[in-house]
Design a protein around this ligand. Sequence first.
Ligand SMILES: [Zn+2]
Length: 412
Amino acid sequence: MIRVVAAPWVLPGLAPGAPAASAPAIADGAVALEGERVRAVGPRAEVEARFGPGERLDAVLLPALVNAHLHLELSHMKGWVAGGEGLPGWIQLFVAARRRTREGEPEEAMGMAAEDLVRAGVAAVGDISNTLDSLAPLAAAGLGGTIFHEVFGFTPERFEEARAAARQVREAAAPPPGLRVVESPHAIYSTNAAALRALLRSGPGSLHLAEDPAERAFCATESAGPFGRMYATLGAALHALRITGRSPVDAVKAELRPHHLAVHCVDLDDEDLRALAATGATVVLCPRSNRYILGALPRLEALLAAGIPLAVGTDSLASAPSLAPLAELALLRREVPAVAATRLLPLAWNGAALAAPHVGRLAPGAAPGVLAAPLEGARPPDPAEWLVSTFGAEERPFTWLARQRPGPERPE
Ligand SMILES: [Zn+2]
């Protein structure tokens, strides 16, 4: 049974063979669906000639999105932590606030936040978890992607203890197909050098990197800066344990691979950009969180010019107002007007970075998840611009035409 859906505009997602570019929008287009799978995408006349007349939707059709960096388990902390003081100050406020968490509070908030992700058009996540408590709500909402199970600890003893405990939690977990769990580091300032390098060498992972200039001070200066002061009790041992380099990127570049996500990357100089590009790692931008915590934004144009693979995330509700990836792109579109919406949307279609390569492209045979963004009578000349700057900026809810399904693609 083939279902044909026609609309004034179809955005096919990533261009075939071009992971960082949008395929051109199709005016008066259609999508043929067989169950959750895409059979064909193209001009309505061509699709209807093959599969019969379609139902007409007043909408922009597009593949489902990714949120490549969030912390679902912090969803109950929305509005709990004031920003504007920079990362070291924010972390101290955050740790104190998290202690106020009441029994059952995270679970309730995670269920609602997972449903919000679906309304925001998200099919695949890069979720950061300390507990793996986010696995059940993500699975229940039908979300795929990767859960990065964070392990940290500054002294070798604390780290090994945390790593062993995390391994036990992971062994007891049963992720559904399409949702993978991997061990992951947290940041250069929360793990000693040897452990951080070992985690990065062990396989795919996600690392908060160069979020704040304090990280540069931590690895590049004698005093180790504000993060060094957090470890005042370690005294002399801090200097032997910490990772060093002329910058956070420099400190870890030898270990970064294409299967890594480097999250935030706000404090980058030109040498960092070149070094990051050479690693092939994907940089995940969370601009609303950066603006809230630091009052700064990543160097979008320089990252694009360097050819660095990019994705978009929201960070947690403790530092971002929602989990909607298009709202992040809307901020970038507003703040960096030289970068068009068609160049921003690939950041929200980067399923490959989350081990969900079927997400982000309306490819025949695949089940990427298909969304409709209702136009409500609007007739935008540029559907990508409308999607980001109107639909996305206003956080209007998507309608799902087909859900994502992992698994091998069937030939047409
Ligand atoms: Zn984060």
